[in-house]
Design a protein. Structure first.
Lengths: 172, 207
């Protein structure tokens, strides 16, 4: 029991190391991610740049990724550590997006299995998905009801709040 | 006749066996899951559960129960949910309470971290929870220092960020790797910040 758990943890660390290496060597545009402290490979910090031509443009948004011990079998959880006003981000910062849901648990029963987490996904793909989520909120799976309402009914107000958060996060 | 009684015995054995297994499995299912909960969340919740276990062992609360409640009320902390579940012993009763009262009371020995968590009105707590990036990474001194960020800050960061990052390469040493990552992060933040400041200046000039 102990041994099998141990080897699973080793698999997770090895996999995370490989992903970390790839992210450093071929950093995709507008993304930076890595362990907060290499002594603990299960807690990562990442930065995501706001996509262009959206109210998030120009912003940089920090988030933490928390990996389970059986990664990559189970997906990590992602939480923004800045003010984030978005229909698919809970008020505590937790991101609600299909790629972060394991195929088994689909609370809403509308996501197709291919969109959801599987071991062939990666940190990079998660962050890219989150970037496109920022650009195009998914109205069907609202996590922040207030943001959903504002996004749907008053786009100018939504843009204003998002832009204010961009400036606040950068200390302006 | 003989076969009839063996069938009865057989069925009785299955029923007794089933009950025995149930009896053994269900009480032993909670200790491992509760130990796994102390491992995963923040250290504050760990101490809270230890303290809780110290003088009040209430009804068994499994991680699964907490997760169910949390999926309905993500703004509540694990401690709050655990505290109420220990009281009610039922997910339904706890959820009813959340829906009726709009939240849960804090455990009596709540950690100082608890006030950060939005309780009944999460929107109020959403303001001013996080320090900005400049403060968090102590970049005040570097804000206006003449640091080469790989590119002139005036150009749209999205198109140019790769140039600065291409310099970074994987290193065998742990310290170097962390340094590369830190550099990458700082450059990204500083570039974005300078871009915003320049945009502000442009607006001021045109006005």
């Amino acid at each position: 029991m102990y041994k099998s758990q141990n080897s699973r943890t080793n698999t997770a660390v090895r996999r995370l190391m490989t992903e970390y290496k790839q992210l450093i060597n071929e950093a995709p545009d507008g993304i930076s991610a890595g362990p907060i402290d290499e002594d603990n490979f299960f807690e990562w910090e990442c930065l995501i740049q706001g996509p262009e031509d959206t109210p998030f443009e120009g912003g940089v948004f920090p988030a933490t990724l928390t990996f389970p011990k059986d990664y990559p079998l189970s997906p990590p959880t992602m939480k923004f550590t800045c003010d984030m006003f978005h229909p698919n981000v809970y008020k505590d910062g937790t991101v609600c997006i299909s790629i972060l849901h394991a195929p088994g648990d689909d609370p809403n029963m509308y996501e197709s299995a291919s969109e959801r987490w599987s071991p062939i996904q990666s940190v990079e793909k998660i962050l890219i998905s989150v970037m496109s989520m920022l650009a195009e909120p998914n109205d069907e799976s609202g996590a922040n009801i207030d943001a959903c309402k504002v996004w749907r009914n008053d786009r100018a107000e939504y843009n204003r709040i998002v832009k204010a958060n961009v400036r606040k996060t950068l200390g302006l | 006749m003989a076969s009839d009684s063996t069938t009865t015995t057989f069925i009785a054995c299955i029923v007794i066996g089933f009950l025995l297994i149930r009896w053994f499995v269900i009480p032993s299912a909670s200790p491992p899951s509760s130990s796994s909960t102390t491992g995963t969340p923040t250290s504050s919740s760990q101490t809270a559960t230890e303290v809780n276990a110290g003088y009040r062992r209430r009804r068994p609360v499994t991680q699964a129960m907490i997760e169910v409640v949390q999926s309905i009320a993500p703004a509540l902390t694990v401690e709050q949910i655990r505290y109420d579940l220990e009281r009610t012993g039922s997910v339904e009763l706890t959820i009813d309470r959340i829906l009726a009262e709009g939240g849960l009371p804090l455990p009596p020995n709540a950690q100082p971290a608890a006030p950060q968590q939005p309780q009944p009105s999460p929107s109020a707590a959403a303001k001013g929870l996080y320090p900005d990036l400049i403060t968090r990474y102590q970049l005040q001194t570097k804000l206006h220092a003449d640091i080469d960020l790989g590119q002139h800050a005036g150009i749209i960061p999205g198109n140019t960020s790769t140039v600065a990052m291409k310099k970074a390469k994987w290193s065998q040493s742990k310290e170097e790797r962390q340094e590369i990552l830190r550099q990458q992060r700082e450059n990204m933040i500083l570039r974005a910040r300078r871009k915003l400041e320049e945009d502000d200046k442009k607006i001021n000039i045109t006005e």
